[in-house]
Ligand binder design. Structure first.
Ligand SMILES: [Zn+2]
Ligand SMILES: [Zn+2]
Length: 597
């Protein structure tokens, strides 16, 4: 108790006003926005206004959508409310009285929410003459909202269900300071420029078509990136004792009943009737992979068995939620299931963590780690869980990794490590997971190995994916690199540009030499001005341009230019090729050709 008081004293002494958590600030900003909207559009009915990642929104029932000019007016009124510094005042009201209260105010959505609440008493929050049904918490007063900006408006269905009424949503963002807000707005603008759907079109990487919603058609240039990532993953896995398998996409429902997916996951699965039997497109690779494990009798000496799979998966996502490569119905997971003895768990997790770091370092993405532990409802014994959690803790420490613990956030069948990455814009993405599965696959599929004492025992299964989905990861990479891929990933690595028709033959020879060396080259000998063709190659973010004219064809050289605009002058062709091949082989993140003395 005394300690607790001490801490409060220290805290109060060191900071005159500790900042509120951002979600509280942002949610409070949504109340301010709702008050402003009600002042300008009395007929607008209030739905909900939560804080979201990086900001907040509020949904209103209103016949006409908000226009950009409306948003400006709303924001101007918000500033008046902020200046007035109304306190957020909490009051409690019996639920039934609150229903009558909001009915009288013409707020049917609040009434519907209240009817779904079990509690006898609910809380309302008042600021000025605005009142909203809310659990809180909020900042003390509207004046605490200091750096706020409205961003956009869009239609959104009540409760996210397309059978419900379409509401009008306004998105905004709020931060502790103007600098933080400015930095966020810059990031947003930069993200718009880098949007993978826009760049995917401009760079000819992939297209979507309504004949198959949520499934990309990979164009040749996008497929180059896909293949390079596969090659990278395979190389890394081969070097670490993984064995690759491939399991069927169309699988009888029997298997999903056994795995439990039929009971818990059916609505996300595509089902088909084939010869009177029900099949499903696999939404995950785990259950099918057990057939490979069970194909042979396993002894303790066979373990660990590291089975990787580039699994083509389908999940039935609602068409309204599909978003470019970030949310798709068909995707490819860089999956692996490691079957091991309990005493091997820590070493195997240590190995996966090493692999994770190797992956992300290659792309200059910074990973962070969260260990999720035993939830209240968990299968398996306390001893199994304690041992598995200890193995994960120790594996993280063995790799020298800092990590957060999320107590109770593990899967019901075992603890896991969630891995997030931070991209070039400082955005956070959850990509990978490493799950220790103590019971799900092992128990449901009766997996066994014969131990050294001759007894049949259950192995532990590690589920792991590092890119997560190739599709989503490529989307992240496009935005992370702004389409300017490192040489090894670049769909076109070099473009040969003859100065004029006279040099076409030498240009062709240079192009053939590059291609014979395994480099992805293009020859642009169109009858266009050289400057125009250089600019076009730069727009396409082709790393190297090799300009060839009179001098170059006489000397067996090329004039080397980078997509960044740097002009490195004449270089021997042989040297350019050797250096480019070395840059590809090392999977360098930066351009290097022509920079050596
Ligand atoms: Zn609230
Ligand atoms: Zn799995």
């Amino acid at each position: 108790m005394a300690q607790e008081e001490d801490r409060h004293l220290n805290f109060a002494g060191e900071f005159d006003c500790p900042p509120e958590p951002l979600p509280t600030l942002r949610h409070s900003a949504s109340h301010v926005m709702a008050q402003a909207v009600k002042m300008l559009f009395a007929e607008a009915q209030l739905a909900i206004g939560p804080a979201i990642e990086d900001g907040f929104y509020y949904d209103f029932a209103k016949p006409e959508p908000f226009t950009p000019a409306d948003l400006e007016r709303v924001e101007a009124v918000m500033w008046e409310i902020i200046k007035a510094d109304y306190p957020f005042v909490r009051e409690e009201m019996p639920r039934d009285e609150a229903i009558r209260f909001f009915e009288a105010r013409g707020e049917p959505f609040k009434v519907e929410i209240l009817r779904g609440i079990d509690a006898p008493v609910v809380s309302l929050y008042r600021q000025g003459d605005f009142v909203d049904l809310c659990r809180g918490p909020h900042v003390p007063s509207t004046g605490h909202v200091k750096a706020v900006k409205l961003l956009s408006s869009a239609g959104a269905y009540w409760r996210g269900d397309e059978r419900n009424l379409m509401l009008q949503r306004i998105y905004g963002t709020a931060w502790h300071s103007q600098e933080e807000l400015d930095r966020y707005l810059w990031r947003l603008e930069e993200a718009r420029k880098r949007d993978h759907r826009k760049l995917g079109r401009e760079l000819d990487l992939f297209v979507f078509h309504d004949v198959s919603p949520g499934a990309p058609f990979w164009l040749p240039k996008g497929m180059v990136i896909f293949r390079e990532l596969e090659r990278f993953a395979r190389e890394a896995q081969d070097a670490r004792g993984y064995q690759e398998i491939s399991t069927p996409v169309l699988v009888n429902k029997r298997l999903w009943e056994q795995s439990g997916h039929w009971e818990h996951y059916q609505e996300n699965m595509f089902r088909l009737e084939v010869e009177g039997q029900t099949f499903s497109l696999k939404p995950m690779n785990c259950p099918p992979s057990t057939y490979v494990y069970r194909h042979a009798l396993r002894s303790y000496r066979d373990l660990p068995l590291r089975l990787s799979e580039m699994g083509r998966l389908h999940r039935d996502e609602r068409s309204g939620t599909l978003t470019g490569l970030f949310r798709v119905r068909q995707f490819t997971q860089d999956d692996a299931h490691i079957y091991c003895r309990p005493d091997q768990l820590q070493d195997e997790i240590t190995g996966v963590l090493e692999l994770v770091q190797h992956f992300y370092k290659t792309f200059n993405l910074t990973p962070s780690f969260r260990l999720a532990t035993r939830p209240d409802k968990a299968l398996g014994s306390r001893e199994q869980w304690d041992a598995a959690e200890a193995a994960l803790h120790d594996a993280l420490r063995a790799n020298g990794l800092a990590y957060a613990v999320k107590p109770g956030d593990g899967a019901f069948y075992g603890p896991k490590i969630d891995i997030h990455i931070e991209d070039a814009l400082g955005r956070d993405w959850q990509v990978a997971t490493i799950q220790a599965d103590l019971v799900m696959l092992p128990e449901r599929f009766a997996l066994e190995y014969i131990d050294s004492d001759g007894q049949a025992k259950r192995p532990v299964t590690i589920h792991r994916a590092i890119f997560g989905s190739f599709e989503r990861f490529i989307g992240i990479l496009i935005e992370h690199f702004a389409g300017a891929f490192p040489l090894w990933l670049a769909p076109v690595q070099a473009r040969v540009l003859p100065v004029s028709e006279k040099h076409a033959a030498y240009g062709k020879l240079v192009f053939e030499r590059l291609r014979a060396a395994g480099l992805r080259a293009e020859l642009d000998d169109r009858n266009e001005k050289l400057g125009y063709r250089i600019r076009e190659a730069q727009v396409q973010k082709v790393p190297y341009m090799l300009v060839v004219g009179e001098r170059e064809s006489g000397a067996g050289t090329v004039s080397l230019r980078w997509r960044t605009g740097e002009d490195l002058g004449q270089r021997p062709l042989d040297r350019v090729i050797t250096e480019a091949m070395a840059e590809v082989a090392s999977r360098s993140l930066t351009l290097t050709v022509g920079h050596s003395p």
